[in-house]
Design a protein. Structure first.
Length: 170
């Protein structure tokens, strides 16, 4: 079973993913962390030293490698499914993509003090978040197999998702 969580920065991919993997007793992989370990650089350092295009290339390479695994819950990066090739690679690997959908206002609140994500380190953060959100939302919907309303606490969501996955409801 390969489960890919997609969605905007701050939607809960990592926290829900960790809980979901634990409940389903399978490996959890955060794609950004996976890439950081391979490159021995943080995502911010990759963006600064090599640029976003190189980071996106590394994402695609990571997906190909991760799809060779038997099973895992994978937290993709916020921009991963913007590339149709990445979505195709996930599906070639028999992964099911779940879009964790959180309203824009909630995301802006969650991300207001973020110091880690390179795309948000700008003085007009709220506008940047809104612009990116509007650019990405339809692509998340198009990429996903299942849309999850992800405004609830992460542990509750993970338990609910695990139950529905085990019962083949989602």
């Amino acid at each position: 079973m390969k489960i890919v969580l997609c969605g905007f920065m701050g939607c809960g991919k990592s926290s829900i993913g960790r809980n979901l993997a634990k409940i389903l007793n399978i490996e959890f992989i955060d794609m950004d962390n996976f890439i950081e370990k391979k490159e021995e650089l943080t995502v911010s350092e990759i963006f600064a030293q090599k640029g976003e295009a190189e980071f996106r290339r590394l994402e695609t390479e990571a997906i190909k490698e991760l799809m060779e695994k038997d099973g895992a819950v994978i937290a993709s990066g916020g921009g991963t499914v913007m590339n149709p090739l990445n979505v195709e690679e996930f599906h070639k690997g028999n992964a099911k993509i779940y879009f964790l959908d959180v309203p824009l206002a909630a995301l802006q609140e969650r991300l207001k003090n973020d110091r880690k994500r390179p795309l948000l380190q700008k003085p007009n953060r709220r506008e940047v978040i809104e612009k990116l959100y509007n650019e990405r939302y339809d692509k998340y919907l198009k990429a996903c197999d299942v849309r999850i309303d992800a405004g609830a606490p992460s542990l509750w969501l993970a338990k609910r998702m695990a139950e529905k996955i085990r019962n083949n409801e989602i």
